[in-house]
Ligand binder design. Structure first.
Ligand code: AMP
Ligand code: MG
Length: 457
């Protein structure tokens, strides 16, 4: 039985997965597979990963949650197309796209190949960047037709995480006035995932840790240029993991107000809004915990969010700029560089990667003045390992939209899945040189300038 199922029936419904037609394993995350210590070979793995066979006779379930979507509360959501199918060695397995559940709200319970490839690749990219995330284990394709703007084919990603519980799980029970259920859920999460929270103030300590982990996760997003796209509270993990990859995007041309989700007309989830939204979402979690902690306690815990975020972000940015010692002017130095990138429409990832070898920037007139200041600043540090250290935090490879699109088109049109494997290997180790794959650092070609990523998935 799933650990989650011990919570009781108000938290979930048992479901039957609805298999797809003619499934095939497109990719498997081998290192994760070994780490988890799974022993499902060949066909057995495919059967479990496609929902055709139960995992060790475990009853699959869909959990119920609520959430604030684009600022407005939706009283009931839930796993509409995902389900928990098993657990082992501290990892839960969740299938996304294995059919309808009682929470599908009229939708088909499916996920298309296109969005599944994006989720699969992005979770390894985030892992590669050392940003806390759910991790995809397998990607399964099929011949089942799925209807979106076009007819596409269905796919299933198997996600793994120690827990897939979201802020929205707490919000559902709180909004219904079910204080016992809120307490039960909090006790469950604390016991299994935050055992350090004990004693009289355990719920405050719990909120404080979620605040800290969320701040750390979002600092990672901001430093590495990741925009989530749909930061609704039902897409916020109680463990501070990046979850629910949909219309996400990495910053390419540097634009702090980058909006990756073309359905986000007001830019609520624009890149530079993410830190503030993180706090807003945590405040909704704190509201949901109001039967367990006082308003004053919640306020104190939330007040630590910004200092945590600033701490983690500036630590990362200092590493990215190769700054060892601290200087009062450092923030300005970094800020000025980002302004130059914005003003001259430079690529965020490549420009910062190039800072480890200043010869690469020397010919660019835009950087001339800034480089002089930077050069004298790094001379202060006298750090012989500067380049090497910088190359360990500044990725050479990110999941550029056009790279994902090439992999998607090859998969859709030619049933050629090799590009997924190539990207997977680059993104799993994005700091390595991979000298033969230099073209994967190229900025988007003309045909990809207008690629639009919507919520349709
Ligand atoms: P998302 O924006 O992908 O996080 O989804 C928001 C909610 O809609 C979640 O409760 C999902 O389970 C549900 N949902 C999204 N797409 C589908 C679908 N194709 N079938 C059923 N439920 C879906
Ligand atoms: Mg979601």
């Amino acid at each position: 039985m799933l650990d989650f199922a011990t919570l009781g029936e108000e938290f979930f419904k048992p479901i039957e997965t609805q298999p797809l037609k003619d499934t095939f394993l497109i990719h498997k995350n081998q290192s994760l597979y070994s780490k988890i210590g799974l022993d499902l070979e060949g066909n057995a793995l495919l059967k479990v990963a496609s929902g055709e066979q139960k995992f060790q006779d475990t009853q699959p379930i869909a959990s119920i949650y609520a959430g604030h979507q684009f600022g407005y509360f939706t009283p009931q959501l839930g796993d509409g197309r995902s389900c928990l199918i098993g657990q082992t060695n501290g990892y839960e397995f969740s299938l996304k796209g294995a059919g309808q559940t009682p929470y599908s709200r009229g939708a088909d319970g499916r996920a298309v190949l296109r969005s599944s490839i994006r989720e699969y690749l992005c979770s390894i990219a985030m892992r590669g960047l050392n940003i806390a995330t759910t991790e995809a284990l397998t990607l399964v394709g099929s011949e089942t037709e799925v209807y979106r703007e076009n007819i596409e084919t269905g796919a299933i990603v198997m996600r793994t995480a120690p827990s897939h519980i979201r802020f929205g799980h707490f919000e559902l029970f709180a909004s219904r006035g079910q204080k016992d259920a809120v307490k039960k859920l909090a006790d469950f999460v604390i016991e299994r995932h935050y055992p350090e929270c004990q004693g009289d103030d355990k719920y405050v300590d719990f909120l404080a840790i979620v605040v800290k982990r969320t701040a750390k996760m979002i600092a990672g997003w901001q430093a590495q240029g990741f925009a989530h796209g749909v930061m609704n509270t039902d897409n916020m993990s109680i463990l501070g993991l990046t979850i629910d990859y949909g219309p996400f995007g990495f910053l390419e041309t540097y634009d702090p107000h980058f909006i990756c989700n073309h359905s986000d007309h007001e830019g609520r989830y624009a890149f530079d809004q993410q830190p503030g939204i993180g706090l807003w979402n945590l405040s909704r979690l704190a509201d949901a915990l109001s039967s367990l902690i006082t308003g004053k306690q919640a306020k104190t815990a939330l007040a630590d969010y910004q200092p945590h975020l600033v701490h983690y972000y500036s630590t990362l940015m200092r590493q990215k700029f190769g700054l060892l010692t601290k200087d009062e002017q450092d923030n300005q130095l970094i800020g000025n560089f980002l302004s130059l990138l914005h003003q001259h429409k430079k690529d965020y990832t490549n420009s910062i990667r190039n800072l480890s070898n200043l010869a690469r920037l020397a010919d660019d007139k835009h950087y001339k003045t800034w480089l002089k200041t930077y050069q004298s600043r790094i001379q202060q540090d006298k750090n012989p390992k500067r380049s090497e250290l910088m190359n360990r935090v500044n990725p050479k490879f990110i999941l550029r939209n056009y790279l994902a699109e090439v992999a998607i088109r090859k998969a859709q049109n030619e049933k050629d899945y090799s590009e997924i494997d190539t990207l997977f290997n680059l993104l799993a180790n994005p700091f390595d040189e991979h000298s033969d794959f230099k073209t994967y650092t190229n900025i988007a070609p003309d045909w990809a300038q207008e690629l639009e990523i919507s919520c349709s998935s």
